[in-house]
Each structure stands twice: as structure tokens, then as C-alpha cells.
Design a protein around this ligand. Structure first.
Ligand code: FES
Length: 173
């Protein structure tokens, strides 16, 4: 089966999958909606609540978010693809996000990223076959004073070099 056909098959099967989310997430979404003067303004927290539960945002979650906040699906898709905090495919247990913006770039982010690519055998947007690591380039993480900066899931690691990254990887099961 070609790559295009397998992608179409995957998306088609997703279209048939009902979205199962917990009562807690539904409650969190309802709470988000009350914080804004209109539903559409809650699109970011709604997407975030869905991602926290599912781990990523499959098409069914994007459609669900669109229906909840009453926005066209295309607009919700545009938002989810614009912000790198949203995952449009499953990610590994440790999501390594390397800041590539100016301060980090000047302080060696490119070298660091290439080191991670070589060490893990994956590139931008990819996950190791064992599901342990995903790797991604991202824009400024707002930790410019600690450049170069790497975000691992919700934790920041700053002032990194290759040796520090190697030691960090050893601590991540
Ligand atoms: S430039 Fe990397 S955290 Fe701001």
C-alpha cells in the first residue's frame, strides 16, 4: 500500500472512531467555556484538555473541539498546526523539544539538535521505534537566558551542551 493510501486509510478509520474522553476532561472543557465571553475564545484550553487526556490530537479530537467551540474544523486545524505545543501525531514518552530561535541558535542549538538526531537515530517530528523519545524543533521557549534550551515534556533544561544532553538522556527511561 502506498504512503498516501495508508494515510488515507488511517484517517478514514479515525473518522469512524468515536472520541472517548473522560468525565473529568469533559468537565474541564465545560469549565474552560465559562471563562470566556464566547465559545470560540476557549479553543486553546479545549485543545489542551483533549491533548492532556489523549496525548495528542487525532482528527476526531479536532472535530470535537470545533463542534464544542463552534468554529469551522479548518480553523481549529489551523490553530493546532500553528502552535508546536499541540501534537498532531502520537509522541514518545519523552518529547524532546529543542528551541531553535535566535538566542539558542547562537548558543549552539543546531549542533545540539544534530547531536540528538545522531544519538537517537530520528529526525524532526519522528519517534524512536521503542516509543521512548520524540524529537522536535520548536520556536522560542521563553527561556532565552538559559540558551540553549530543551523542553522534555513539561520540564526545561537550560545551558546545555552535548555532554549534558547525554547525561540527561540516561536518566529518561
Ligand atoms: S531563544 Fe531559545 S528560549 Fe528563547
Amino acid at each position: 500500500m502506498s504512503a498516501t493510501r495508508s494515510l488515507v486509510a488511517a484517517l478514514s478509520s479515525d473518522l469512524l472512531q468515536p472520541l472517548r474522553i473522560s468525565d473529568a476532561t469533559r468537565a474541564e472543557i465545560e469549565k474552560s467555556l465559562t471563562r470566556y465571553p464566547n465559545r470560540r475564545s476557549a479553543v486553546m484550553p479545549v485543545l489542551w484538555a483533549l491533548q492532556l487526556e489523549i496525548g495528542w490530537l487525532p482528527p476526531a479530537a479536532l472535530r470535537y473541539a470545533a463542534s464544542v467551540v463552534e468554529l469551522p474544523e479548518s480553523e481549529v486545524f489551523g490553530i493546532a498546526t500553528f502552535y508546536t505545543m499541540f501534537n498532531l501525531r502520537p509522541v514518545g514518552r519523552h518529547h524532546l523539544q529543542v528551541c531553535m530561535t535566535l538566542s539558542c541558535s547562537l548558543m549552539g542549538a543546531d549542533r545540539l539538535f544534530r547531536h540528538l538526531e545522531k544519538k537517537l537515530g530520528i529526525g524532526h517530528g519522528e519517534t524512536t521505534p521503542d516509543g521512548r523519545f520524540s524529537l522536535r524543533r520548536v520556536e522560542c521557549l521563553a527561556a532565552c537566558g538559559g540558551a540553549p534550551c530543551l523542553q522534555v515534556n513539561f520540564d526545561y533544561h537550560e545551558n546545555l551542551d552535548e555532554a549534558k544532553v547525554d547525561r540527561l538522556l540516561e536518566t529518561l527511561e
